[in-house]
Design a protein around this ligand. Structure first.
Ligand code: FES
Length: 117
């Protein structure tokens, strides 16, 4: 069921917003021209993920232990223990866990943001 959660112009880029929609904890975040919605609860110890950050991370570039910063705006990082998740799919990055964050489809119509819960 689709829920209107606010106005697109009220969202700050890469700064998650915590909401409660029909009793469900929800995080909403705009990154560039995309808007993502996710369950605002880390699968590790239930931290509010919307209090975390949305940025990039260090990724391996060689077997020799070299890393580079990449995935800017694609990584949701938990505020408590730093687990990282894809903000798009909710998957845990780098095999830290086989759990994932629930994500929800988002549409923007006439400047209003709707999440399908
Ligand atoms: S509660 Fe999120 S990583 Fe521990």
């Amino acid at each position: 069921m689709e829920h209107k959660v606010g106005r697109l112009d009220a969202l700050t880029d890469s700064s998650p917003l915590a909401l409660n929609v029909d009793g469900r904890p929800l995080g909403v975040c705009k990154v560039g021209d995309k808007v993502y919605a996710f369950r605002n609860m880390c699968p590790h110890r239930r931290a509010p993920l919307a209090c975390g950050t949305v940025e990039g991370t260090m990724v391996p570039v060689s077997r020799a232990g070299e890393f580079k910063y990449a995935m800017e705006g694609q990584v949701l990082r938990c505020p408590w223990h730093g687990w990282e998740f894809s903000i798009e799919t909710g998957e845990s990055l780098f095999g830290v866990s086989d759990t994932r964050v629930r994500t929800y489809p988002v549409v923007v119509r006439d400047g209003d943001v709707y999440v399908d819960l």
